[in-house]
Design a protein around this ligand. Structure first.
Ligand code: BGC
Length: 777
């Protein structure tokens, strides 16, 4: 069971942990305690092996396709965290013997993970063990582990075997060739292996240091090299009460590393640099490396922290947990890589990026780390050739973004087959890669959000306008004419709610496409006004007058479903004719997706039931198109039919409920977001944490209770705290100026920490804040 109350005093809201080892539920801890720095993610599988473990080491951008019938995925690199201990001839494993005083705690403030326990072996003697690890926030290639053993009841002969284990797969798919293994100076182990299809060379290095009561000790050492495996085995005599400590420092480099872009000898460089990175780390030692990394984490917290004074201390911890994961899920300076739906915390969704990034995660980065947001959008810019290819292959013009994206030039990588159909027994075809098309408009929406928040015209000229124009070109070619409706329509899509397939005129898709088309018109106006090199280049590429004509024509007749007599915007054509079923059992289920135990896709498509927010996301993103009454009616209508079976659902409902002044309901959805990865259900995070939910948790606090929103080119701040909260404090970067917002129930304070004036809208009133100025009301 997870526990959230390990911290006392200053540490109260920083520690998340577990107080029991349960081999049936290892996935939860492995994912939520995952450590990383955006370059690599080290899942928190325990050092000693157990059945049911998933020992993942994932490095951003190293995608490989194992087999022609499969899609590309982030390969699981050889494992560096293995450490097998034999104590007085008994293999240490908590499943054997007796374990007491167990606790494993992640310190979100420093990024350090620590496990402590007392183990009684079959010999009836007690041994105290402590394991620590970190992934460096300053040296992206470096990670470290430390294990200490103290025999409490007698002397112990300890055998420690630790090394690099290439006998790893992604659920059976072995992505690496056997490779080359070498031990330098009887100390540095190096394994070089190459992925089978993408030919990415990965170099893993590891070295150990052994101490007894703090003094270096050299045991009887044996080097081991075997098939896909290498290790050092050491034998040590440890007297009762003495502590043997094993430190393991490791480095990871790959030929895809940013430093080698365009170099023909990237593989050789990766192989050489790995041990060099490690040597530099060894010169510093474990403690100094950890401190250096912890200091980097403290700097992140200075910028990133969201503070809340709540009746429920868990709220603060939850926010920090989300911020921790937001800061390890992406390599912040590499525009060749996106954010996986599970980040680098597990093999789920194969490391692929979805609309999760643009709609759920990007707002956090845009408003707090605009440089990171820019690299994420540059990643989409680099994905344009793949998006154009997808459009062309489907008979459309412009750029049609892949529903799932991997390496920049891969294009569409959504798998074609999914789980079992409960009715036919066949595998369910996955249609999202073909017909879940709103992602294209979502990317354009995100570009515009970035432009409004940052005013970064350099990005717009280099990349942003081109994305907006080419995606608009796609929509202009995607619509078809409907005689009956006397309008352009968008048929045969999947909207955000994936429980409905092959629908026509999904409101979200149509409105977002229209928004995309509008952005293109505005972009051409802006470019014409600037009349610069970017204007000339893009005009030559798109032919502004022809494109403008086409877009104006489509927009003037694009079918945008309006609220019906009850104020409801139908999710798609024919929605109101769908059947009602009793959703109570599915709404009350403790796990998601239980409706699939009773019905198949076809049947679910015929019910008024939703996996996740759909029309409501529209009402949040394009909020000025709908009045408060319409939003409230649609909120009530759709929420009652939504199972929240996707981790993307609750945060939308939270923010919308807060907008509608339903703060208690909003707070319950915020708590619900917490339950997705930190709730009592131990199976939810096995494949990795839900990165969109991490962005969603930030949105609940800042968009929901902080009332922050970017509408057009304006920043709105209108706090409304739930009853449980006394204060909420966060920072934003608006137009390059840092703002610190402190909201109490009856008071809002906004400090402009920037060196220039800002204009914002606070609770509906226009406010001009000079540099250093304070709004306090
Ligand atoms: C959701 C999608 C989401 C994907 C990745 C699916 O279950 O329905 O909206 O993009 O997961 O998180």
């Amino acid at each position: 069971m997870m526990r959230y109350d390990f911290g006392v005093g200053e540490k109260r809201d920083w520690l998340v942990g577990e107080d029991r080892f349960d081999d049936a539920h290892q996935g939860k801890g492995e994912a939520i305690f995952c450590q990383g720095n955006g370059y690599l993610g080290q899942r928190a599988a325990l050092e000693e092996s157990y059945a049911g473990q998933t020992r993942d080491l994932l490095v951003t951008g190293t995608f490989d396709r194992f087999d022609a019938g499969e899609v590309t995925e982030l390969p699981n690199l050889p494992d560096l965290t293995n450490l097998q201990l034999h104590i007085n001839g008994q293999r240490f494993a908590m499943a054997d013997g007796n374990t007491e005083n167990y606790r494993r705690v992640m310190d979100l403030q420093t990024g350090g993970l620590c496990r402590e326990l007392i183990w009684t072996g079959r010999d009836g003697l007690r041994y105290q063990l402590r394991f620590e690890r970190f992934v460096s926030m300053t040296r992206e290639h470096v990670l470290g582990l430390r294990a200490s053993i103290t025999p409490l009841d007698g002397d112990a002969a300890v055998r420690a075997e630790s090394g690099i284990d290439g006998r790893v797969t992604n659920t059976g798919a072995a992505h690496f060739h056997e490779g080359e293994k070498r031990i330098f100076d009887m100390r540095i182990l190096r394994m070089i292996s190459k992925t089978v299809q993408s030919e990415v060379t990965c170099c893993l290095s590891a070295a150990h240091r052994y101490t007894l009561n703090g003094a270096d000790v050299s045991g009887r050492m044996l080097p081991i090299i075997d098939r896909r495996y290498m290790a050092m085995r050491g034998d040590f005599s440890v007297k009762q009460g003495q502590t043997l400590t094993i430190e393991k420092l490791c480095s990871v480099t790959t030929s895809r590393d940013q430093g080698y872009i365009g170099l023909a000898d990237a593989a050789e460089l990766a192989a050489q640099d790995g041990p060099e990175q490690l040597k530099a780390a060894l010169a510093l030692g474990y403690d100094a490396l950890f401190e250096e990394s912890a200091a980097a984490w403290r700097r992140i917290w200075d910028q990133a922290d969201v503070r809340v004074a709540s009746d429920h201390p868990f709220d603060q911890l939850l926010l920090r947990f989300a911020l921790y994961h937001l800061n390890i899920m992406v390599k912040k300076d590499d525009s060749r890589v996106g954010i996986g739906a599970k980040g680098l915390t597990g093999e789920g969704y194969k490391g692929h990026s979805f609309w999760d990034t643009e709609i759920f995660i990007l707002p956090y980065f845009v408003l707090t780390q605009p440089d990171t947001a820019r690299t994420l959008l540059e990643y989409r810019y680099q994905g344009l050739p793949g998006a154009r290819r997808k459009a062309w292959e489907n008979g459309f013009e412009g750029a049609m973004y892949p529903w799932e994206a991997a390496w920049v030039d891969d294009g569409e990588v959504t798998p074609l087959w999914g789980a079992a159909d409960v009715v036919t027994g066949k595998q369910i075809p996955i249609l999202t890669g073909m017909i879940e098309q709103h992602i294209t408009a979502d990317v354009a929406f995100a570009v515009r959000l970035y432009q409004a928040v940052t005013g970064d015209m350099d990005f717009m000229r280099r990349c942003g306008y081109e994305i907006i124009l080419d995606t608009a070109r796609f929509w202009a070619s995607r619509v078809t004419w409907d005689e009956g409706k006397n309008a352009y329509v968008i048929c045969d899509v999947i909207g955000p709610d994936e429980y409905k397939e092959h629908v026509d005129n999904n409101a979200y898709t149509n409105y977002m496409a229209d928004h995309n088309l509008r952005l293109a018109l505005e972009a051409m106006d802006d470019l014409r006004k600037a009349n610069d090199e970017a204007c000339r280049r893009l005009d030559a590429q798109f032919d502004f007058s022809a494109l403008r004509k086409k877009i104006l024509n489509v927009r003037s007749k694009l079918y945008l479903p309006r609220p019906d007599e009850n104020g409801i915007v139908a999710q798609f054509d024919g929605y109101m004719d769908l059947q009602h079923i009793d959703l109570t059992p599915y709404k009350q289920a403790s796990v998601v997706g239980t409706i699939y135990n009773d019905y198949n896709n076809e049947q679910i498509s015929s019910f008024q039931v939703h996996k996740q927010a759909d029309t409501l996301v529209l009402m949040l993103l394009l909020e000025d198109l709908f009045d408060g009454d319409t939003k409230r009616k649609n909120y009530e209508f759709y929420e009652s039919r939504t199972l929240h079976d996707s981790s993307l659902s609750k945060s939308t409902h939270c923010v919308l409920a807060a907008d509608l002044n339903l703060t208690d309901t909003a707070y319950r959805f915020f708590e619900g977001c917490g339950g997705i990865d930190l709730g009592p259900n131990m199976g939810t995070s096995d494949m990795g944490v839900h990165t969109a939910s991490m962005g969603g948790i930030w949105q609940c606090a800042v968009y929901g209770f902080g009332g922050v929103r970017v509408v057009g080119d304006q920043l709105h701040i209108a706090p409304r705290l739930p009853d449980a909260w006394q204060t909420l404090e966060f920072q934003l970067i608006w137009q390059g100026r840092k703002l610190r917002v402190t909201a109490a129930r009856d008071k809002t304070r906004i400090l402009n920490l920037g060196s220039k004036e800002v204009q914002i809208i606070v609770s509906g009133a226009h406010v001009v804040l000079p540099a250093g100025g304070v709004y306090d009301r």
